[in-house]
Design a protein around this ligand. Sequence first.
Ligand SMILES: [Zn+2]
Length: 339
Amino acid sequence: MSGAVTPGLVCGHHHLYSALARGMPAPPRVPTCFTEILELVWWRLDAALDLEMIRWSAMLGALEALERGTTAIVDHHASPNAIEGSLSVIAEACEAVGVRVVCAYEVTDRHGPDGARRGLEENDRFLRAGGRGLVGAHACLTLSDATLEAVAGLARDHDVGVHIHVAEDPADADAGARLAPHARSSWLLAHAVHLDRELPGTVAHNPRSNMNNAVGYARPQQLPNPVVLGTDGIGADMLEEFRVAYARLRESDVTATPETAWGWLEQGRDLVPEAADDEVVWCYEPMDPWHLAFTPGVGPVEVRVGGEVVLADGRPTRVDPLEIRARAREEAQRLWKHL
Ligand SMILES: [Zn+2]
């Protein structure tokens, strides 16, 4: 490989449905803590999503990933009023753009037992149909013990892991105790900022999101788990997330090096091993952590996924980016009217 080529980058924790949130009307009042951010922003937004909005937010999110050399997305989806079929819509959208995706539907008890059952069923339906996925769950703070057990059981039945938010905020600080009987090495634990014990699984570190929600620093360098980088829905520019991860790491330890954060970025390929065979030709050389930690704006010129050129001269080959952005804007307007 030349110095300008890397394998595909992986976003280890994404919410493609949040692509239409940017510019949304302000919440009824300013959220003053993490749980209010959920209640006043995200839980109003996800409740208003329908399948067409989900399709175009996923198209836009996948396009933005491809345009930044990210060839695989590990997604975590919620749309409590459009559950059935939602994971297939996301998988189809990513396929249309040419980006790999691992889907999960966020099971939660915040819409009662029926909502939890339908979430479980969507994970089950998608996996049964041969979809690439994990079993999704919101976070212990919105899951009963019985639902948590059902989530873990469904994942065991399908021989896949669980993708769940873990101790993102002190409000979810008992997640470690609640998950200890269930967690396995195949699980994907998003955040782990306030995790009070060792749990098996891969930790997805989302430094920009953690700062945005003022939940604290996860200190991933101290975790015994494999660590990958995610964006938590703030795009899929993984070189950018690497830079933020390095800056945050360095802020906490002046002896830390970019290689540590680069290792987290590379570890993402353990979640989607085929991304290792994808090829990204960048506009910069060498693609070395010490260069990239201090070089913003590096972008891909060409991207090959599974041998097919899906980005040439910086432009996607399978889809029209102008059309996707125009349709996504229309769907965003429709979504915001429901808020
Ligand atoms: Zn998340």
